[in-house]
Design a binder for this molecule. Structure first.
Ligand code: ADP
Length: 503
């Protein structure tokens, strides 16, 4: 997974977690608000129930007072009523109605005698009648005082509903309490009540409702949101770091495994390269060794001739010595090349070098019908190079050309041409062979590319590297007249020295 994708996923998860935290907060707040409302409702319910019991007690004691004498001791009743209303502000009126009068008469002028008489008519025995008056803002409680069993007095108690349901206990924020007669429907437009219970009173059928205006999904406060966002962000960063560290550890483990594999491959490569190198050395040494062998055999034949003049052995011994020296030099230069030591630069006459290499190439007789020529424009192209290494290059190109013409059906000619072109010396080796295949043309200087059954594919790679060392370029192509041409340009010695000085 890319770092960017991982970060996006963590960011989205963080937002989801934050959303979840907000929902949880809302749910908990709702539960807590409901619990607080229920607890406040129960407290208020208990309080109102006690107050309702007090109303019963007042009615009972007033009723007893009214029955104490005939006619009722109204002055005393009035005094008691005044002290009751003073101590209980929710009781806003107390009245005694004479039911025997026609029409029924209010003795304390606190209520509508007709309404009280109507209620008293329905109150049988000691029961209390309760009804709402003044548009439901007050309760009228009526009790019939049963003087001499006839009961021609009725006691009326007028209670303010708002004060009846008022409490010192603070309701939760946004909560409202409504007290109504149980038989009445809840006021229209009221919020669904969160708490509803009938007041525990046998005489006053009242119902208490508590509703809340608090939002259904409370939004967490800004501080909480910021804290939650901060914690989520910290969590996200932590997770990101952990995942990052884990993926880095995985990467490191993978790299270590790859490095171990690389080391194994490099070792295998080195072992392989050593094998190839040994073959390369053998390749380079074959020519001088073959020449030494053939000259030694020629010498042996000469020695066996009767009357042999020792002087006749001289050329063979010369050739043996020259080739042995060359083999030694090849080994030395190969070692120098492998160890990347500096070449042994000197001024070399390219035309002379070409003739010497041609001589080396023709030392063992050439196959029948094969000719090798050296052409020169008569100039003396002096270059700065390591003589033996440059010889190796020309020798390799000439050897390849001779190999190529061996396959030719008609003419088998190899031409080494030397010329001067401006500030450069040019040497080319042309042959009348089959030319380069398109694959060979593309991969000429690739080490180990060969089309020969016994080939190593190291010759041209080595030549290319050596020519580059001397500041030149080597190229191989097919000639228009057929066959292949390999050529290289080298800066003339003066130019080479000037370039070296500039560097
Ligand atoms: P090797 O001679 O061991 O194959 P080289 O690097 O010298 O290695 O040559 C690589 C290949 O280039 C040869 O196998 C051959 O296919 C091609 N090549 C080189 N010189 C010539 C040439 N003069 N004519 C045709 N093909 C050539």
């Amino acid at each position: 997974m890319t770092g960017r994708r991982r970060r996006s996923i963590i960011l989205l998860s963080g937002i989801a977690v934050l959303g979840l935290v907000c929902v949880l907060y809302s749910l908990l707040q709702r539960r807590q608000a409901a619990a607080e409302l229920a607890s406040a409702g129960q407290t208020l319910h208990r309080l109102i129930s006690q107050r309702a019991d007090q109303h019963d007690a007042h009615l009972t004691s007033l009723s007893a007072l009214v029955q104490a004498a005939d006619p009722a001791p109204i002055a005393t009743v009035e005094q008691v009523a005044a002290s009751i209303t003073r101590f209980y502000p929710r009781i806003v009126g107390i009245d005694v109605i004479d039911l025997a009068a026609t029409p029924p008469a209010s003795l304390l002028d606190a209520s509508d005698p007709a309404i009280v008489a109507a209620e008293a008519a329905q109150a049988s025995g000691a029961s209390v009648r309760t009804r709402a008056i003044d548009d439901g803002s007050k309760l009228l409680l009526v009790k019939r005082a049963l003087t001499d069993g006839v009961g021609h007095y009725a006691i009326a108690l007028i209670v303010d509903i708002a004060r009846l349901s008022a409490s010192d206990v603070a309701l939760p924020e946004g909560a409202t309490a409504t007290l109504r007669l149980a038989s009445e429907p809840p006021p229209a437009g009221n919020k669904a009540s969160a708490f509803s219970a009938e007041i525990a009173s046998r005489t006053q059928p009242l119902r208490l409702d508590l509703a809340s205006t608090a939002p259904r999904w409370p939004v967490p406060p800004l501080g909480f949101l910021l804290l939650a966002a901060l914690l989520t962000a910290l969590g996200g960063v932590l997770i990101e770091r952990l995942l990052d560290a884990r993926s880095k550890a995985n990467d490191a483990a993978r790299k270590a495994a790859l490095a171990a594999q690389d080391a194994r491959l490099a070792h295998a490569g080195r072992v392989n390269a050593m094998g190839e190198l040994a073959s390369g050395i053998a390749h380079e040494l074959t020519q001088p060794l073959t020449a030494i062998l053939s000259h030694a055999q020629a010498g042996q034949r000469l020695v066996q001739r009767p009357g042999m003049e020792p002087a006749t052995l001289a050329p063979a011994l010369d050739a043996i010595a020259r080739n042995a020296k060359r083999a030694g030099e090849i080994l030395g230069r190969l070692r120098a090349w492998i160890s990347k030591s500096e070449p042994d630069l000197e001024i070399v006459d390219l035309a002379e070098l070409a003739r010497e290499v041609a001589h080396l190439l023709t030392t063992g007789a050439l196959p029948d019908g094969t000719s090798l020529k050296v052409e020169s424009d008569g100039s003396r192209p002096l270059v700065r190079a390591d003589r033996v290494q440059l010889e190796q290059v020309v020798f390799n190109l000439g050897r390849n050309a001779l190999d190529a013409v061996a396959e030719a059906k008609s003419e088998r000619i190899v031409t080494i041409a030397v010329a001067m072109q401006g500030a450069e010396a040019l040497l080319s080796v042309a042959d009348t062979g089959p030319g380069l295949s398109s694959e060979a043309e593309a991969r000429l200087f690739e080490p180990f590319f060969t089309t020969k059954p016994e080939g190593l594919g190291l010759g041209l790679a080595l030549c290319n590297r050596l020519i580059e060392r001397f500041g030149g370029t080597l190229e191989g192509r097919n000639a228009a007249v057929g066959g292949a041409v390999f050529s290289f340009h080298l800066p003339l010695a003066a130019e080479a020295i000037r370039r070296e000085a500039a560097e």
